[in-house]
Design a protein. Sequence first.
Length: 370
Amino acid sequence: MTKIYFTVTNDLTYDQRMIRICTSLSKLGYDIWLIGRQRPNSQPLNKQVFQQKRLNCFFERGKFFYLEYNIRLFFFLLWNRFDAVCSIDLDTILAGYYSSFLKRKICIYDAHEYFTEVPEVVQRPKTKRIWEWVANHTIPKLTYAYTVCQSLQKVFLEQYNTPFEVIRNVPFQQANLPPSLPFKAPFILLYQGVLNDGRGLEELIVALQELPQVEFWMAGEGDCSQELRDLVQTLKLEKQVKFLGYIQPHELKEITKKAHLGVNLLQNKGLNYYYSLANKFFDYIQAQKPSLNMNFPEYATIIKEHPVGLLLDDLTPKTIVRSIQALIEHPEVYESLQDHCLKAREVFVWEKEALKLEAFYKQIFSTPKK
């Protein structure tokens, strides 16, 4: 049986994307292992159809964490048999590249994001140079790679002269549609994902001062969790803002049913955000929830064909207020967006992307090694 290791730096529990990928490949007969890390607050792993393992690390974050994790991961891969290792983003690629090189196995790159252009990297020139070296040292030498959207596919081909397939990060199709919510207060906004810098969360919280009939729910935690809580307290918006913390995927689906509008806002802080195509965008569609999005290339392209949400040209509280107020005052517009979500949810489903994933891996293992 063909054995593939997938490597990430999270603790596996909330990684819906990797659960989808690993589940699909396991059902095709591959021996799949998903490798992540153990954190002090990690929940017990949920049983999956594939194997899971967490590596213990002394460091929790920063350069020493990435160094330690890649060293531990390298030796783990070196000591265990595999036919291929798929590195998810640059933060695990050194271990994957060198272990596969020494064992004469296949290294695959999964570019979930434009890692050298994430805000946390862009704002630190020395850190950015290190990750650029990692990318330039490894990606051009790889034969097999894939990413989540066409914009990144084009950028990576130009930058690294390496062809990338596109496999979108979309959810499984939900069998039962949630009932349409009555259009009345409170009008609930939902953000699902990490609470990090540049996600438009501060701006939206400020905008709530002009939207007393609106509640904002945040499902997740992150580097800005405490700052956001402090901001809510300062503005005395505790009755309008709910911090839900980390939510298990099956629980998140139930919470999403209760919301009216999905939040998918980003500051233009680096090309990673500009070229993004977030999984939450498709999660909202699948739940028949219109969403607020930035007027960035991937969202603009999809919304032009499938009007499933609004596009914002800037991220000022004034613009956010105006957009939300327009939906509240014109329920017929909101209902039209819902109808388009109902149609688009048949298009953007993992069942279709899984066929691309199957073809991608079938090609790898049917091609003779050079």
